[in-house]
Design a binder for this molecule. Structure first.
Ligand SMILES: CCCCCCCCCCCCCC(=O)SCCNC(=O)CCNC(=O)[C@H](O)C(C)(C)COP(=O)(O)OP(=O)(O)OC[C@H]1O[C@@H](n2cnc3c(N)ncnc32)[C@H](O)[C@@H]1OP(=O)(O)O
Length: 218
């Protein structure tokens, strides 16, 4: 991945590049996009998602909220840009690289043993009875597994399959230890494993295959 555009002036140059793989080699890794308060902005959105998960607004509050949310959406709609230049997913200084669709994680180490992160499933990720939804656990594994695969094979990968063994309840609002690593590399194939722990307790394990995209592959 190389330095990408952070201003509209460089947009044209990037758009003229051939589409190099499903995630584009030119995707910028940055701490600048979206400005210095993008982290606070993302956190407010996450707080909104958490609150909505448990909200039961009385009709008059719903009336008010609908109006306020419509105004916010209108304002946000006016700021939309294309996928390749948006801060979300590129801000390595923020939880989950500033991507609010992922459970927030902080990568604590990347080394020969793989990727180590702290992941916290929040109210928004509720499956039931204070436990994380299994799909959100898989989302965390997909991203952190994709990261470990990319590091192992030095290239952008796509998930071919991903299975999760749910070993015990994955609690909400608890910093959990996640570890993903390339178990075996065979040509373009990276057989990747992962685990999420709550302290000493194993919550879930991942077994996945990521495949390095060929140049120009969509
Ligand atoms: C500092 C910051 C860093 C930031 C890091 C950011 C990380 C972000 C991470 C985000 C991560 C998010 C990630 C996401 O969410 S990626 C989104 C979810 N995934 C997809 O949408 C993928 C859809 N599928 C495809 O595009 C293709 O099928 C792929 C690309 C996967 C392979 O199609 P391709 O045409 O390219 O390859 P091939 O068919 O010749 O197969 C090649 C080899 O693989 C073997 N094979 C294929 N499929 C399977 C299977 N299911 N089980 C077992 N084996 C399988 C096959 O037999 C062959 O083996 P061999 O004959 O060679 O031995």
């Amino acid at each position: 991945m190389s330095d990408g555009a952070s201003s509209p002036e460089t947009t044209t140059e990037i758009e003229e590049d051939p589409h190099e793989g499903g995630f584009r080699a030119h995707t910028a890794i940055t701490t600048e996009r979206g400005g210095p308060r993008y982290g606070e902005f993302s956190e407010q959105v996450r707080a909104l998602m958490d609150n909505v998960r448990y909200a039961c607004p009385p009709p008059e509050v719903a009336d008010e909220l609908i109006e306020q949310l419509a105004a916010i959406n209108e304002k946000l709609d006016a700021t939309r840009i294309d996928e390749w230049h948006s801060p979300s997913g590129t801000r390595i200084d923020l939880p989950a690289r500033g991507n609010i669709t992922l459970p927030p994680f902080e990568v604590t180490d990347v080394n020969d043993d793989g990727v180590f992160a702290t992941v916290t499933f929040r109210d928004f990720h509720l499956g039931g009875n204070k436990a994380a939804h299994g799909g959100h656990v898989a989302v965390a594994f997909d991203d952190l597994g994709g990261y470990a695969s990319a590091v192992a094979i030095q290239g952008v990968c796509r998930t071919a399959y991903l299975t999760v063994q749910y070993r015990s309840i994955t609690p909400l609002n608890t910093p959990l230890q996640a570890h993903t690593w390339a178990d075996r590399v065979d040509g373009r194939k990276v057989f990747t494993k992962g685990a999420i722990y709550d302290g000493d307790r194993l919550c879930a394990e991942m077994d996945a295959l990521f495949i390095k995209l060929n140049p120009g592959q969509q």
